[in-house]
Design a protein around this ligand. Structure first.
Ligand code: C2G
Length: 129
């Protein structure tokens, strides 16, 4: 049972997120998603989510690739999460390339190419036109 973890905000869920989750799950048998809380998003990522945490969690839990959703509350929890959830592989989009190499002591680290042309920011911008 190979266990994979990924992290993110996943606001205004779109096919770029789904493609990331599909490829993350394909790296193992069990996928944990650490979902950024509203406080973490606002205080540490300067992101104001359209959907609150509980709604974003509910949507992720409905995705066939996702096995467990847990809160991401700070930048520092990744190393303990890898132990806590017995993770074999950490995966995230390559916009984060190199940023989490410190986890290589504990697990495999994979950066996946982002899906081009789509982002939550683009959706918000296009809707304002
Ligand atoms: N993503 C992607 N392609 C896109 C948009 C997003 O592959 N077109 C990926 C991102 O690279 C990330 C995941 O989908 O792996 C979630 O994206 P965000 O919700 O924007 O996550 P982010 O704010 O980057 O949070 O501690 C890590 C952070 O919580 C990551």
């Amino acid at each position: 049972m190979k266990r994979v973890i990924t992290y993110g905000t996943f606001d205004l869920l779109h096919y770029g997120h789904i493609e990331l989750l599909r490829r993350a799950k394909a790296l193992g048998d069990y996928l944990v998603v650490a979902l950024s809380t509203d406080e973490f998003n606002w205080n540490c990522k300067q992101k104001k989510c359209y959907f609150p945490y509980e709604e974003r969690k509910r949507m992720l839990e409905a995705i066939r690739y996702v096995d467990l959703v847990v809160p991401e509350e700070n930048w520092e929890q990744k190393a303990t999460d890898v132990e806590k959830y017995h993770i074999d592989t950490f995966v995230i989009g390559d916009d984060w390339s190199g940023k989490f190499d410190f986890l290589k002591e504990k697990c495999e680290v994979v950066y996946l190419p982002r899906t081009p042309e789509i982002s939550t920011t683009k959706i918000k911008r296009d809707l304002q036109k």
